[in-house]
Design a protein. Sequence first.
Length: 418
Amino acid sequence: MNSRKILRSIRLKRRALKLDASVVARHIGLTEIEYLSFENHRHEISKEQYDLLFQLMNMTEEDFNIHQKLNKKMPDTFFDVFNIRKDVPLGIEIPKIKVKRSTERHERQTILSSDYRKRFEQEMFHPEEVAHTQPILFPYVLISLVILAVISIIGEQFALTNLTLSAIVPVSLLVFMHEIAIPKQIKGIDTMKYFFFGGMASILLLYGLRYITDYPDWYLFSDLLTGLVEEFAKIAIVIFIFRNLKIKHVMIGILIGFAVGAGFDVFETSDYGTYELLDTGGDFLAMVGMIVGRSIYAIFGIGHHFWTAMIAGTLVLVNDTGKIGFKDFFKPIPLMMFTLMVVIHGLWNFTATYFAFLQYAVLVVSGLLFVRFVYANYVNSIVDMQIDAMTQFKIQTEEPTTSTPESMGDEEINSYDS
């Protein structure tokens, strides 16, 4: 119950009622310093004190922003989901992402001597403490998985080789997406939970849907049907996850969608590798070749992680409350994105059988769409955060504060607002 969102709502409600912190503190049996520490998430209070607090302030669901609309820019057309915002308020500068190449040896040494263990712990358990979104962990994950795969191949460990090769690309890219996701609201342990359980749940849901649709062998239709049921199985699980969260920023939606899609991709690729091993009478190298081929495509734009991330991000874009449900899926823009991903998925499967030379065109289109979608919404998220910071600063400067410790705690609690 003692969450940062509730504490922020309490602070805003108290200010709206113009209640002095000392008055509230006396009412619930605390000193003023203890109460201010409570609002800054540094002091626990009992359930009885919470009840007294809510009674004094007459707090309801609306005070916790459950149904309150978010101050966000909604896309007007489907193409807006790929565009960088142009209606930026005066004083807000659109960031430009540049790749800087360090020429100073000292700077390179500083990067190499960074505390990677501390960064790992922050990303996994305390993302709010991460100071920047520079992806420094994913290369180590990638290298570690490659080394493990090579060792397992040399030792001809069938199961370990299958699993490791299937996970190299999706897991490494997932770590990259987690590191660049802004604002830093999702713990790494939660991202892995969405990866494992979201991937397994979507696979199980797919099996149920396939039991209904079967596997018709019709020209092009069968491939489009495959795209339809697989994309629906994944996004249904994503929406189920969304229902328990309040998501304002599209990069968070992209990350969760990417995690579920990556989990699905690992299980599916492992499944393909197993079938290849069985169909070839136990040919170990044939299995390795199958998985490596799929993994290469999964780097450049063909993969469930890319497609699910784009659909999930679009769901966040068209929602103005942060509470996303299946009703948002049936809005025009998410349906258009879903249809586009189904068509790309189906055409990829279709060209693999009939027009192999067109596969590369599908790959390029899919990869470019994903890169543009993530880039535009990464920049837009930074702009939205700047606007939120300016709005919060304006509110704080217009409202009187009772003491220095309270005003010092505003930035800390507001940083967790989603």
